[in-house]
Write a protein that binds this ligand. Structure first.
Ligand code: PDD
Length: 286
């Protein structure tokens, strides 16, 4: 099997040859941002939205974007195989580059730019049939969660805490209000209305989340972006998680209690179907 090729600072190199200095500020400080972009049938999913979020993250950390939209598109497309049979996800990361260790920004340092494409496995059919388990945990992260920062230690610890309790995701609560999952956004269904937290600095503005809101409205489902108290989450008829790699997953067990009937709900089923149709449309697009 030939070795995976990745992009690093303008070059395409075998992954084992892609090396970054120990003084890279991503390594030393977690000083960087990233994106994860699904690719269906060779087509980048919501590419412009992902690039806009990348730009917002870069602006927030005051790092300039080294490439135009077209340059990014060409650069990333070269990482994808010719055959379009499998789905992929592109991971890309920019850091503030290599410099002597000092908290303040280095002057005239080039950012480190890295990107790779990996096969994107379909969500496990058992998750779709039975739903997944989640637990609520206190959101102890910083107050810039809208930035897609590579500094994910808090998210890593929260996800692991959930896994230690046999749950797949931690649903985070700050001041008795739902924010998001450790690596996903959260939706609830309450009396037939789909609800998700308003976008602000407490959560990542998920690309999948935004598409779900758009598709729900286009398809005549009641959908609100609003504050979700923890109590509403715990009493919801349905709870869903969304992300680029997990699509939309129904949570059927929350803090070891069944959500609604304890089975994936009818509105999730409808939304899931609409989402798959959207993906198929992208695959077949010119
Ligand atoms: N994470 N919130 C957090 C904290 C996330 O890390 C993610 C995704 C999301 C969902 O965003 P999107 O729909 O744009 O993927 C929400 C990615 C997949 C990751 O870190 O691998």
């Amino acid at each position: 099997m030939t070795e995976q090729t990745v992009f690093l600072n303008g070059d395409y190199v075998p992954i084992s040859k892609a090396k970054v200095s120990v003084l890279d500020r991503g390594f030393i400080f977690g000083d960087g941002v990233y994106e994860v972009i699904p690719v269906y049938g060779g087509k980048l999913f919501r590419f412009e939205e992902h690039m806009q979020r990348l730009q917002d993250s870069l602006d927030a950390i005051r790092l300039s974007n080294p490439y135009t939209l077209d340059e990014w598109q060409n650069l990333l497309s070269r990482l994808l195989p010719e055959e379009k049979q499998f789905d992929h996800s592109i991971y890309l990361q920019l850091t503030r580059g290599v410099a002597p260790r000092d908290h303040s920004f280095p002057v005239e340092t080039q950012p480190t730019v890295f990107a790779m494409a990996n096969r994107l496995p379909r969500p496990d059919p058992i998750w779709l049939k039975q739903g997944v388990e989640a637990v609520t945990l206190q959101d102890n992260r910083w107050l810039h969660c809208n930035i897609k920062s590579i500094a994910l230690l808090a998210n890593v610890l929260l996800r692991q805490q959930a896994m230690d309790q046999q749950a797949m995701e931690a649903i985070l609560i700050r001041d008795s209000v739902v924010t998001e999952g450790a690596a996903s956004n959260v939706f609830i269904v309450q009396n037939g209305t789909v609800k998700t937290p308003v976008k602000d600095h407490h959560l990542l503005p998920g690309i999948t989340r935004d598409l779900i809101v758009e598709l729900a409205r286009d398809n005549g489902l009641a959908c609100e972006e609003c504050q979700i108290p923890e109590s509403a989450l715990l009493e919801a008829d349905e709870v869903w998680l969304s992300s680029s790699t997990k699509e939309i997953l129904p949570v059927t067990l929350l803090n070891q209690q069944p959500v609604g009937t304890g089975k994936p709900g009818p509105i999730w089923q409808k939304m899931y179907t609409i989402f798959q149709e959207y993906k198929d449309g992208l695959r077949q697009s010119a």
